[in-house]
Design a protein around this ligand. Structure first.
Ligand code: ADP
Length: 411
């Protein structure tokens, strides 16, 4: 059964067609610069990617092109009826959604209402949903939220020590992001360790361009590093993560910055890029640091230290840990960063195996046999998780058989 997974950004539309039974990706691609004359469409898996240039004035045009590519012409992989359902990745579900849901008008209205909290993401997501509804009105659709997994966090974890009224007035609280990835990682960890997730304390580290860490205590996330927005927590490619909040008004005053500019500074010009002055890409920072670039060395060490500190905090919060998981671009691939993160943790029973750390490949345990805590590398798969949620909800909905109401017979 094929599920189309859609991830709509402000000027982009990513898609994957996933066979949810085998987990195989049948086709994937990306429309970029949607809304301009310069739009591009990349389609194909790995080395077979083909790039076309063609203007895509809006998300409906992009969606139309995607459906055409998938169902017509030389690259067709299915017919229209072969797309059983569509799963939409939605960044912000606010306090409305603690799980994935079938999309109806009420759901779209709530996603739209949350635009204020995630203007760059929820608006385009609604555009993506509307485009699909227009082009495939009979196909069931599901919304999968980045924030939903964290809705079970206790108030002591999600409240900020600000006057309570701002939580009530604006919904200022920690929401957490990357939830679909953390949920996938926790499930895979339990499967790899052949344990029930409800018996495990897991720390999942999603270290990509954006990065976050979550503490999952007996199957329930109890804290995560991203907050009201994805800016909080770890140092990232271009985001600063947690800093002393007093720096914000200080810079605004001394640099004459407005809210837009300071937001831009913290989101786009900070992190690895800001400190190293080299790049937001960890590989380039690593290469520069190996050539002796002092600021690159500093950025690299700061990144590792911040991950290490959060792992420590979360171990205390859960009074121990049964598995530490690394994922996404940095977590999956960068052995040097992993070495730095786990350096010196031996007294706590967390020991990286230097040889296993060098291996590449799929899911793997990279801790030493003497390590009390397994360290596991798991490539994340948010699209598969979205496809799986979509399949399960659509399948459940189709199982609901309405039993005709029978009037009691009159005596
Ligand atoms: P995104 O959040 O954009 O999905 P990714 O998960 O693709 O990000 O991660 C991107 C990061 O992963 C970049 O900083 C990149 O340098 C890093 N990365 C990818 N491959 C490697 C590698 N082989 N070695 C070190 N870092 C890597």
């Amino acid at each position: 059964m094929n599920i189309l997974v859609i991830n709509a950004g402000s000027s982009s539309l990513k898609y994957q067609l996933v066979d949810v039974v085998t987990g195989k990706v049948i086709a994937k691609g990306l429309c970029e610069q949607v809304g301009s004359e310069e739009s591009t469409h990349k389609h194909g898996i790995d080395d077979n990617e083909v790039v076309h240039h063609q203007p895509l004035p809006d998300h409906v045009a992009a969606m139309n092109l995607v459906l055409e590519t998938l169902t017509e012409g030389d690259d067709a992989v299915t017919d229209f009826d072969g797309i059983a359902a569509v799963g939409h990745r939605i960044v912000h579900g606010g306090e409305y959604f603690d799980r994935s849901v079938m999309i109806d008008e009420e759901v779209v209205a709530k996603i739209e209402k949350l635009k204020e909290l995630a203007p760059l993401h929820n608006g385009p997501a609604v555009d993506g949903i509307r485009a699909c509804q227009k082009l495939m009105p009979a196909t069931p659709m599901v919304a999968v939220f980045d924030t939903a997994f964290f809705q079970t966090m206790p108030p002591k974890a999600y409240m900020y020590p600000l006057p309570y009224e701002f939580y009530e007035k604006y919904g200022i609280r920690k929401y957490g992001f990357h939830g679909t990835s953390h949920r996938y990682l926790a499930q895979r960890t339990a499967a790899i360790l052949e344990e029930d997730m409800r018996d495990l304390r897991i720390i999942t580290c999603h270290l990509g361009n954006g990065a976050s860490i979550t503490a999952i205590d007996h199957g329930v996330p109890i804290d995560t590093t991203m907050g009201f927005t994805p800016l909080d927590g770890l140092m990232m490619g271009t985001r600063c993560g947690s800093i002393d909040p007093a720096i914000v008004p200080f810079l605004m005053e001394h640099e004459g910055m407005g809210p837009e500019e300071i937001n831009q500074l913290m989101n786009k010009q900070s992190g690895l890029l800001g400190v190293s002055g080299v790049c937001n890409d960890l590989r380039a920072v690593r290469d520069a640091s190996e050539k002796g670039n002092e600021r690159a060395i500093l950025a690299y060490e700061m990144y590792a230290d911040r991950v290490k500190k959060v792992i420590g905090q979360f171990i205390m919060l859960m009074a121990g840990v049964d598995a530490i998981v690394l994922s996404a671009g940095v977590g999956e691939n960068c052995q040097k960063m992993r070495r730095l993160i786990f350096a010196g943790m031996q007294p706590m029973g967390i020991i990286l195996d230097q040889e296993k750390n060098k291996q590449r490949g799929f899911e793997r345990i990279i801790s030493h046999e003497r390590s009390r805590v397994p360290i596991i590398v798991i490539p994340t798969d948010e699209e598969y998780m979205i496809a799986k949620d979509t399949y399960e909800l659509v399948h459940a909905a189709s199982q609901i058989v309405l039993v005709p109401h029978e009037e009691p017979e009159e005596e």
